[in-house]
Design a protein around this ligand. Sequence first.
Ligand code: NDP
Length: 449
Amino acid sequence: MNYDFDLFVIGGGSGGISTARRAAEYGAKVGLAEMGRLGGTCVNVGCIPKKLMVYAASFPSIFKESEGYGWSPVNSSLNWSHLVTVVNQEVTRLNGIYLKMIDNSKVTLFREKARFLDEHTVEVGSSQIKAERILIAVGGHPVRPDIPGIEHTVVSDDLFTLPEQPKRIVILGGGYIGVEFACIFNGLGTEVTQIIRQEKILRGFDEDIRTEIQEGMGRSGIRMFTSTCPTLIEKTDDGLKLTMAKGETSEIIVADAIGLAATGRIPNIANLGLELAGVEIKNGAIAVNAESQTTQPHIYAVGDCTNRINLTPVAIGEGRALADTVFGGKPRLMSHQNVPSAVFTQPEAATVGLTEAQAREEYGDDVKIYRAKFRPLYHTVSGGEDKTMMKLVVQQSTTKVLGAHMVGEHAAEIIQGVAIAIKMGALKADFDATVGIHPSAAEEFVTMR
Ligand code: NDP
């Protein structure tokens, strides 16, 4: 059969673009369809604009802490529209860079919606394109829970273009997005209420991380309702009225401006024509094997639409492994083990490897925990109350380090380095034999006894 492309990619986010470029580098003829802004969730409504807002939100506490060092009080207020403008300018700049990269790599870009017509044919706008191999990299989108009145809430995508800073915000959900935006808005001066249905935020993280962040958020003034479920949301003249149930009791709160539903994300797989291509869906996501092949071996899927580990660098890693294997003659698998991640809360947290609970489940009593909690040097003078917590999860018999967890300033930067050691299979003795950098918080990872 004659094909228009060796590889056709549906979706111009992190996974799609990195695969397309790598395949084109190997000489493949590649087409890519993206009807929205290039860069996907991460660039447009995720990691990048979020992290810029995290930076913006960090200044008030720095101003306050500077007084401990002798600076006179800083009286500063936020120009919300300036913040939104510069954040979106940066996003637009990145969209342009992605466009240039696609252009330079000779990938043919289609700014239209694509859907399968059969297992080798994709309809893109009004054209029909035949490709030998097809990659689905369509990402995901936020999902709202089924609560009466939920349509009155916004989702994380909407937060980067709000015309005004909300005076108050109610956040539903205690995952990454819920806690990060709780801290962002709190730092920016919005009154934040968070409603979570568990006792603790960040289910799946190490218990110490969950506890430390939650306590830190409480100290910084975020009001949290735990083990609580919203049951009704109404729009009134006074603002958003929320009815919540906790066990037998119910409570009503009124938020001035907005409610944020941060209750998870689901793959963008509706109306893709997957059934026409024979691509199977499992648990709401595209089913793939370790090589990122779907149930049609020449159709692949990477990133959030496969719901493996929904992080930008994972999508990129999956895509590049696929391009190296299929087009580069360098077969390899993307490893989903020991993937580090960070939560950009205040205090920040980062993690790699097994949690204590996961290690105990796998290794029983053969687990030793090293844990340190201390006041960082900076706060001895700043007057800040946040403590730093570091934890190593070690297999006792082999002394292999199974996991590292941290809550505190620069946790993401520190854990990134620790992740290399863990990925290489470092033993506790390797950590002990490493000389610390003094004075730093990170040195605690090599001095724990
Ligand atoms: P998560 O799945 O992480 O969290 C969803 C939260 O909403 C949980 O607290 C969940 O509670 C709660 N929830 C779900 N349904 C309901 C309901 N019906 N009523 C009340 N509460 C509900 O999703 P997020 O939206 O926070 O994030 C999505 C993904 O985005 C993450 O998995 C992550 O991969 C990625 N991400 C990564 C970031 C980073 O790396 N820093 C930042 C932001 C996003 P329960 O725990 O009980 O299920």
